[in-house]
Design a protein around this ligand. Sequence first.
Ligand SMILES: O=C(O)CNC(=O)[C@H](CS)NC(=O)CCC(=O)C(=O)O
Length: 311
Amino acid sequence: MFCVSVGVNFIGGFAFASGIPKSSVSATMASNSVRVAAAQMTSISDLAANLATCSRLIKEAASAGAKLLCFPEAFSYVGTKDGDSVRVAEPLDGPIMSHYCSLARESSIWLSLGGFQEKGSDPQRLSNTHVIVDDTGKIISSYSKIHLFDVDVPGGRVYKESSFTESGKDIVAVDSPVGRLGLSVCYDLRFPEMYQLLRFQHEAQVLLVPAAFTTVTGEAHWEILLRARAIETQCYVIAAAQAGKHNDKRESYGDTLIIDPWGTIVGRLPDRLSTGIVVADIDLSFVDSVREKMPIAKQRKPIGFWKAASL
Ligand SMILES: O=C(O)CNC(=O)[C@H](CS)NC(=O)CCC(=O)C(=O)O
């Protein structure tokens, strides 16, 4: 079974839980736009099973005409306990990432692989790395998660990501066929200054937020934070999410979203927890027009202004 969902909240967006969409997708594509896709999945502690799911979703996205497919944080593996992901961690030139690079090449599609367990020099700790692969299967950029999820979730678990993860140091933006991408991972979403830098210093047009939000925090904050980041940076936001039960102890909120620079949701799966892809058309001239009509880049005050004003 598959379903296509197009409604007031899905302007230009299509979602399908599996298979090829019923409607003729290309007939509705705007002339100067580029199609993107975002995946939703429930990764488990089985590398081969997750790779098979990703492979299927990559083929779906490519046949829907998407130039870029974004996967959620921890797409290749979600362990049952913290140590598990350190054990499966590999360098970016290891066998796991090369499988994903081959899939990109075979389907001629760019991939955003958010939250790969990257092995570093410290055997006790990994980097939570967002990797961009081009349509020839080449890794062209990577960003390691800067803000680590050390949080006592009210009514939920205590998380201490820093106990097994090394924090990244560099902000990363990279050009792609769908515009200039600003890279981030999950909990970074709560730190707006990073997205301000991505927009105003690194000239991002499309912000990528692969995530595995908790159910409690997702319900309260997910959509609001994502739409706020889109509105205040005047960027498209693509937020691929882990969804549902990974194991007995772990569950993710889901609700993969694509949002335009006006804050409108243009892509959302019909079911918050299903596995599948959603596609939407990115129109960079719309980014320009929003920025031209509301010129916040020129109107914002430098830090020095605030210091002087408060004296
Ligand atoms: O470790 C893995 O397997 C994948 N990584 C995660 O799940 C990470 C670190 S524990 N989760 C988050 O950042 C949740 C953020 C969140 O839920 C919020 O900001 O509210």
